[in-house]
Design a protein around this ligand. Structure first.
Ligand code: PEP
Length: 258
């Protein structure tokens, strides 16, 4: 289980699912139904159109709201985009950055991930920066190389002090691409190895701040495998896609965090 210096974090990524009314209903069901431990943070990431309504519905509860994505500029001629400032205005405290679906379906590069990470931190939101290898990369034995490149690409010239100064910190999510939405979860020992590698890289670049950066695992997390993943020393929480759309199942995952 997570180190005493790091709170557990369970985040639900609702992707492009649910209307405003459906999102509010799901958010309320999670806030009402989940027993959230004193040392656990819970975050949900609804579609952009539902952010403000969900944030309003969750006011006064222990569940917070995240954007799924944002642009690095505050405003401008960027049709279809939304800024970190706008996410904060809608009630978000967090934002996913560099999710593999953004990287692979919408061609987000490491350089874009970096600009977004900085924009999110500057707005006082916590970025949840996603990294992870494809199946071909894992089978080709380059998993750690990919993780190193994506980590370094995301932080660029940021320092550990920057990461902590701007906001409540920086969160990393290790999400092997081959495990996302496939029903194929990484073995807990493989997840731990990737998390330990990432923590080493964070320590290399940020020093002792590494002990405060939370690293989530994501990829086909379900109520039945959450506890085993959370039992790994460097797994500080979970980023949950499909299973976060079911309030009862997501509540069981939250409970696995203690
Ligand atoms: C995700 O969307 O980040 C994710 C991990 O999805 P799933 O849990 O459905 O694999």
């Amino acid at each position: 289980m997570t180190s005493p210096s790091r709170r557990a974090l369970i985040a639900g990524n609702w992707k492009m699912h649910r209307t405003i009314a459906g999102s509010v209903e799901l958010a309320r069901a999670i806030a009402d139904g989940a027993r959230i431990g004193a040392r656990t943070d819970v975050v949900v990431a609804p579609v952009a159109t539902a952010l403000a309504a969900v944030a309003t519905a969750l006011r006064g509860t222990a569940v917070q709201v995240a954007g799924q994505h944002c642009h690095w500029e505050d405003q401008g001629a960027f049709t279809g985009e939304i800024s970190a400032e706008m996410l904060a205005d809608a009630g978000c405290r967090w934002c996913l950055v560099g999710h593999s679906e953004r990287r692979h379906l919408f061609a987000e590069t490491d350089a874009m991930v970096h600009r977004k990470t900085v924009a999110v931190l500057r707005r006082g939101l916590v970025p949840i920066v996603c990294v992870g290898e494809t199946l071909a990369e894992r089978e080709g034995g380059v998993t750690f190389e990919v993780l190193r490149r994506q980590w370094q690409g995301a932080i660029g010239d940021l320092t550990g002090d920057d990461a902590l100064r701007f906001a409540g910190g920086l969160v990393l999510a290790y999400e092997p691409v081959w495990a996302i939405g496939t029903g194929r979860t990484a073995k807990a020992s493989d997840a731990q190895a990737a998390h330990a590698y990432l923590r080493d890289r964070i320590r290399h670049d940020f020093g002792d701040v590494a002990d405060r950066v939370r690293i989530l695992y994501g990829g086909s997390v379900k109520p039945d495998n959450a506890a085993e993943l959370l039992a790994q020393p460097d797994v500080d929480g979970l980023l949950v896609g499909g299973a976060s759309l079911d309030a009862a199942g997501f509540s069981r995952i939250i409970q696995a965090a203690g």
